[in-house]
Design a binder for this molecule. Structure first.
Ligand SMILES: [Cu+2]
Length: 173
């Protein structure tokens, strides 16, 4: 019995190591963060995520932001609202999931510095697999005014609402 449990423990340890080593099991395409103007406290980061195995995007971190959250923007009673995606954003295996203006996005809040166009910003994405094992993916996002390669992106879905006083979610640290 003792031997069996030892083997099992080893197998589990190997499994979690494999998961941790799979930090790049999610392919990121077309990532970018929206440039900000002086005084702007929040902005969005966008990308297409394709997971090799089903995972959830549960959060993020960036040295330029006090708070980094996975957000969803949607119409609620005729008003465009955004909120944190509770429990994480599902990324089914092999299916490209788009984080884009007007929909899901990574929200960088409590910005410590302006995001200058043509600079880059570090962003860590945090994923959780079906077993609850976390993995991280370190990215460096180009900062742009509009989605790279897209002409005349719709201007309506920006994050200006985050600049309104009283609309800053409390920092969760
Ligand atoms: Cu947002």
């Amino acid at each position: 019995m003792k031997l069996t449990s030892l083997i099992l423990a080893t197998a589990l340890a190997l499994a979690s190591f494999a998961a941790a080593a799979q930090g790049t099991a999610v392919v990121v395409d077309n990532a970018w963060a929206r440039a900000t103007v002086k005084g702007q406290m929040a902005t969005g980061a966008f990308m297409t995520l394709t997971a090799k195995e089903g995972v959830k995007l549960v959060g993020g971190a960036s040295p330029v932001a006090g708070v980094t959250q996975v957000h969803e923007m949607k119409m609620d009673d005729g008003i465009m609202k955004m909120a944190e995606v509770k429990g994480g954003l599902d990324l089914p295996a092999g299916k490209a999931g788009a984080l884009k203006p007007g929909g899901y996005h990574i929200m960088l809040m409590d910005l410590k510095q302006p995001l200058m166009k043509d600079s880059s910003v570090p962003l860590t994405l945090i994923f959780k697999d079906a077993k609850g094992v976390e993995s991280k993916l370190e990215l460096k996002l180009p900062v742009a005014a509009t989605a790279p390669g897209v002409m005349a992106a719709p201007a309506a879905m920006d994050h200006s609402m985050h600049n309104m006083p009283g609309n800053q979610p409390a920092a969760k640290q």
